[in-house]
Write a protein that binds this ligand. Structure first.
Ligand code: SR1
Ligand code: MG
Length: 414
């Protein structure tokens, strides 16, 4: 039967697991164990021993953020484990190494990434990480392309789609918290009180509400590839030299643009929050850095996706032999353009609603929450909300990130 681990019981319970004991080393009674989970859902332990260390992540049968009034199945750990193995195969080195998985105890033993910190924290502190745009652009292109019918054998992809189709409860969280709750007075919503008039305006905005539901429709019905499903800056660990993507428990077959939109939304929120973190000095450099990161991430994603399109198009969609037989390079490039354009338009829609839900819904971002001056926080959040509305509603008429980032700068300057 499932039992939640504690700092006290962990050495006894995991000391007998060879893969764990070998990695940590020494007598389990001597292991140093800390619980460090600060996410919304799970327990996370760091275990250090004589010769090594690892992280134990264990799901709880409820949402940690809310408590046992909101049950949540343990099987999310199963989906996280299987997503991690697929991501490692498709984007080698981009996720932590997995040493052990126990389905009944809903726990995964994985690499302890040190001295990494959570990307969101780094951005709040004003750290410019030189590799994130490239590493995350590559991660998205490789996992999203290689998990789709552009690359996989149809039978394998359909089997995998069936496996992940049972991640219903986590999809349900996203379906409600991201696409629906922010746009009406859902009971668990909260927002900074100074935003009341703007919130009322957004909730009365018919075009926005329709667009949010269209994005939800896409999210629920476009089973295009295995997406990470929760790719925000709290799901990335970094040093200046290394970037790792963690926490894919929300993984399911959904639209490619969902991961891209969520990640870029979180970069934009980091941008709009910078004025709230200027007590140590101006963050003008950091703001410019973040807008560059957004442009570079998208550029790397597009370039890598295009490279994979040209070399690994072995799935049933746009199969390479269809074009090669006719020597039709132009046709293949034309089709690539259409696919990327679709990702572009949908990515903007997903980004817009992700920004809204982090300011209006249940699960907020430390980027804004850590701004103690509430009036200043509301100012940063208002600019982000207006920006989110613009990119969601006008996503079909926006042609470049340069144009969007110019708007971001104008809104940020007030
Ligand atoms: C109740 S869970 C709230 C949020 O935390 C996770 O990280 C997901 O982003 C989810 O929407
Ligand atoms: Mg998470």
């Amino acid at each position: 039967a499932f039992q939640a681990l504690t700092v006290e019981t962990l050495p006894r319970r995991l000391g007998a697991v060879a893969a764990v004991a070998e990695k940590v080393g020494g007598a389990p009674q001597g292991w140093k164990v800390r619980e460090v989970g600060d996410g919304n859902l799970n327990l996370v332990f760091i275990v250090e021993g004589e010769t090594g260390s690892l992280v134990i992540k264990q799901a709880l049968p409820y949402v940690r953020l809310v408590g046992d009034s909101w049950p949540l199945p343990l099987k999310r750990s199963f989906f996280e484990y299987h997503a991690l193995t697929r991501q490692e195969a498709r984007a080698p080195g981009a996720v932590p190494k997995v040493f052990h998985f126990d389905e009944a105890q809903a726990l995964i033993a994985m690499e302890y990434l040190s001295p990494h910190i959570i990307l969101r924290r780094a951005l709040i502190q004003g750290q410019e990480l030189p590799r994130i745009a490239r590493d995350l652009g590559l991660f998205m292109a490789r996992t999203l392309f290689r998990g789709s019918d552009l690359c996989m054998k149809a039978r394998e992809r359909k089997a995998d789609l069936a496996l992940f189709a049972d991640n219903v409860e986590l999809c349900d969280i996203t379906e409600n918290l991201v696409f629906t709750d922010p746009y009406f007075g859902a009971p668990m919503n909260r927002h900074t009180p100074q935003l009341d008039p703007l919130v009322a305006e957004l909730r009365a905005d018919r075009d926005l509400r329709v667009e949010a539901q269209r994005m939800k429709h896409l999210f629920a019905a476009n089973a295009e590839t295995l997406v990470h499903g929760d790719l925000h800056t709290g799901s990335v660990m970094v040093t200046a030299q290394d970037t790792r993507v963690i926490d894919p428990e929300f993984a399911f077959y959904g639209p490619m643009a969902f991961d891209v939109g969520m990640l870029l939304a979180n970069f934009w929120m980091a941008f709009f929050a910078q004025r709230g973190h200027e007590t140590g000095g101006s963050r003008a450099g950091m703001r410019a850095y973040l807008l560059n990161v957004i442009e570079e991430t998208w550029r790397v994603f597009r370039e890598e996706f295009s490279a994979l399109w040209r070399t690994e198009r072995t799935g049933m969609l746009y199969h390479r032999s269809l074009y090669e037989e006719q020597n039709d390079t132009l046709g293949a490039e034309q089709a690539l353009g259409h696919v990327l354009h679709g990702v572009w338009e949908d990515m903007l829609g997903f980004a817009g609603v992700e920004i809204h839900r982090r300011i209006l819904g249940l699960a907020h971002n430390a980027d804004f929450e850590d701004i103690e001056d509430v009036a200043l926080r509301a100012q940063c959040e208002a600019a982000a909300l207006r920006f989110g509305r613009h990119i969601a509603v006008n996503r079909r008429h926006v042609t470049s990130l340069g144009e969007i980032n110019q708007l971001a700068q104008l809104l940020d300057e007030g």
